[in-house]
Design a protein around this ligand. Structure first.
Ligand code: ARG
Length: 646
């Protein structure tokens, strides 16, 4: 009993997905637009379930792709209705837990009790409600046993046969059968989004890595994702850059990447000119107007500068394996006037000190949408982008990945869009917009990450160093003689880039994180290198067994008799709900934590259960294969290329 109670005390302070008590995840996902909401789906299903309960048995075969938690939630929904018919629409509060009393818990008894207390009821208190919920659970092949603990928590122990069969079916059908389902059809993920002519820095690296993982997780969950690179290609800096281009190259039209060289240097030089020469400054300011007015010569110079930047960005994206479609700030420019007109007609826009602004409740500054010089700005562009994404691209969820410093900007823009009636005012409903903020990247000195000469760290240099350190380690371990140069290169890249990504993704994105090669390339602890080793080791166990794993999948059977086999199996089965949680809350670290725990469960299993040469060899090899399969999917979702041998 005490054990059960502690389970309910600990969770709020724990970030473990197992102990997450944010049960109401279903209610987060209640869209207001055409697609059926989860609640609707649940309602229809529960009607079906109620019919089925007449026979006191619910088949779980029909909805194979539902995750364990949702399957249990459906069963409990039936039980709750039967237990207290007078209270309608009770959301089943089901969560995974770790403890000897059960694998999952239903935590509705106390809430229900508070609703019926004092009224005519057969129950004497929450424990009795819990008992009744347990009794009223429809028979199901998922559940092995139930018990009630403390003030009415219903603990469920899953059937190990059912668990084993589910894992085996996943091995045959493929891991996509475990993809979560989200009530969203199309989402925009606005990420990376560097500024033209400025170097992509570590902040953009974070946005690129976090955004890519979110996009991958949503895509896996069958959401159509529009991966948008909202590059800064329309700011006032272009006047200065264009004028500098004209000044520096008389034949500027032929000035290509090779001639202009380092764009960041070019930017710095032109900024120096801008700050020190008033004539130049004036020309630069006029140039912006001419560019934005569409004058051909200026347009051409602008295109040229953007192209050089774009090539540079693309090289980084290619190395990171990140896909993006550029729709920069300039793209939305033509839409701004009509969008502002619409906002004005809705009485949102007012004049203020020569500018056009939107006053928003809760903010002490207004959102400026037309500057006093008549020009548009970052906010006007973002309002037009929201309009476009909703109306032209039909996105239901817009996700913006930038540093937390931009939080206020997005809060204001989203609020304005809500007031315009574009976004739902209910944060749990769609269409909605979410800002995915992240903290700073710090150096070893705990200050903002800079090079020794106090420059912004270049992304390309970081990737080079990660790779070369990995290559050196591999050579030290004798792989230089064993492997071809190509294998060496590919493995060094997979491990090195993977380590950079994982280090960024593993902690809660809102916190600052310290960039340290020594830490991220350590082969012990919670690092991608350690996880790559763990995966490669499983592959080697399977290889060395000499068995044909495809044959085992169809001929053999998984048995989860040993406690450590069962624990590993349970963790495998929770993959889908963890990805769902990571998507819903936009937290990639939840998936990292799952992956790390998976390797820990595997290690315990492997230390206590002999695989090759044991009587259970077939089943255990299949468990190894299932673990490797889930690990690879996690790697994929985190944008990490798995390594099969190290
Ligand atoms: N270019 C911006 C920056 O580097 C990020 C853009 C984010 N996306 C957006 N729709 N505002 O800070």
């Amino acid at each position: 009993m005490l054990g059960c109670l502690t389970l309910f005390v600990a969770p709020s302070s724990s970030s473990s997905p197992f102990l997450s008590f944010n049960f109401n995840r279903l209610s987060h996902l209640r869209p207001s637009i055409s697609l059926p909401s989860t609640t609707d789906l649940l309602r229809t299903t529960s009607r079906r379930l109620i019919l089925a309960t007449k026979k006191r048995s619910v088949s779980t075969m029909a909805n194979e792709e539902e995750n364990v938690k949702r399957k249990l939630a459906k069963l409990f929904e039936v039980a709750l209705k039967v237990t207290v018919p007078s209270v309608v629409d009770v959301e089943p509060l089901v969560a995974a837990c770790t403890g000897k009393f059960g694998d999952y818990q239903c935590n509705n008894a106390m809430g229900l009790w508070s609703k019926i207390k004092g009224k005519e009821t057969e129950f004497k208190g929450p424990p009795a409600v819990g008992q009744a919920i347990m009794r009223n659970l429809p028979q199901s092949d998922i559940i092995e046993s139930c018990s009630v603990a403390g003030p009415g928590f219903v603990n469920v122990k899953l059937s190990r046969n059912w668990m084993a069969q589910s894992i085996q079916r996943m091995l045959i059908d493929g891991i996509d059968a475990w993809a979560p389902r989200l009530p969203v059809r199309r989402a925009v993920v606005d990420f990376s989004s560097p500024n033209i002519a400025k170097e992509m820095h570590v902040g953009h690296l974070r946005s690129t890595i976090i955004g890519d993982t979110i996009a991958r997780m949503l895509e896996f969950s069958r959401v159509e994702v529009l991966r948008r690179n909202h590059v800064g290609d329309w700011g006032t800096q272009f006047g200065m850059l264009i004028e500098f281009l004209f000044e520096k190259f008389s034949n500027w039209e032929d000035a290509n990447e090779a001639a202009i060289g380092d764009l960041q240097e070019f930017y710095k030089e032109s900024k120096k000119r801008f700050d020190s020469d008033p004539d130049f400054k004036e020309r630069a300011q006029k140039a912006v107007v001419r560019l934005q007015g569409g004058e051909q010569k200026y347009r051409k110079a602008w295109t040229q500068i953007c192209e050089i930047s774009r090539n540079e960005f693309n090289r980084v994206y290619q190395r990171l394996g990140v896909q993006l479609e550029e729709k920069g700030e300039s793209f939305y420019n033509p839409y701004i006037p009509a969008v502002l007109e619409e906002l004005t007609s809705k009485n949102l826009v007012e004049d203020s000190q020569g500018a056009r602004v939107i006053f928003l409740e809760g903010f002490n500054i207004p959102l400026i949408v037309v500057k006093s010089d008549g020009g548009y700005n970052y906010a006007s562009t973002d309002l037009a982008a929201i309009w476009y994404r909703l109306n032209e691209e039909k996105a239901e969820w817009m996700i913006y990945v930038t540093d937390v410093g931009q939080q206020q900007h997005f809060d204001m823009v989203f609020k304005a869009a809500k007031r315009a009636g574009w976004l739902s005012t209910d944060d749990n409903a769609y269409p909605k917009a979410s800002h995915v903020g992240f903290g700073l990247v710090l150096g070893d000195d705990k200050k903002r990450f800079r090079t020794r000469s106090s420059e912004v760290v270049r992304l390309a240099d970081l990737l080079d160093e990660a790779k070369s350190r990995c290559k050196t380690t591999l050579i030290e371990r004798g792989k230089g003689d064993e492997w071809t140069e190509e294998e060496l290169e590919q493995t060094a890249e997979a491990i090195g880039y993977g380590a950079v990504k994982y280090a960024d993704l593993k902690s809660n994105r809102l916190t600052n994180y310290t960039f340290s090669f020594d830490q991220m390339l350590n082969d012990k602890g919670n690092t991608a290198v350690y996880l790559q080793y763990a995966h490669a080791r499983i592959c080697s166990i399977i290889r060395k067994s000499g068995k044909d794993i495809e044959e085992l999948k169809s001929m053999g059977a998984i048995v989860l008799d040993h406690a450590d086999e069962r624990a590993l199996g349970l963790h495998l089965l929770q993959f889908s709900e963890v990805v769902e949680e990571a998507c819903t809350n936009l937290l990639p670290n939840v998936l990292c934590e799952y992956l790390y725990n998976l390797s820990e469960f595997f290690t315990t299993f492997y230390s206590n259960c002999q695989v090759v040469g044991s009587a259970e060899e077939t089943s255990r090899l299949l468990l190894c294969e299932a673990t490797a399969t889930v690990m690879r999917k996690c790697f994929y979702l985190l944008g990490i290329v798995p390594v099969y041998k190290i």
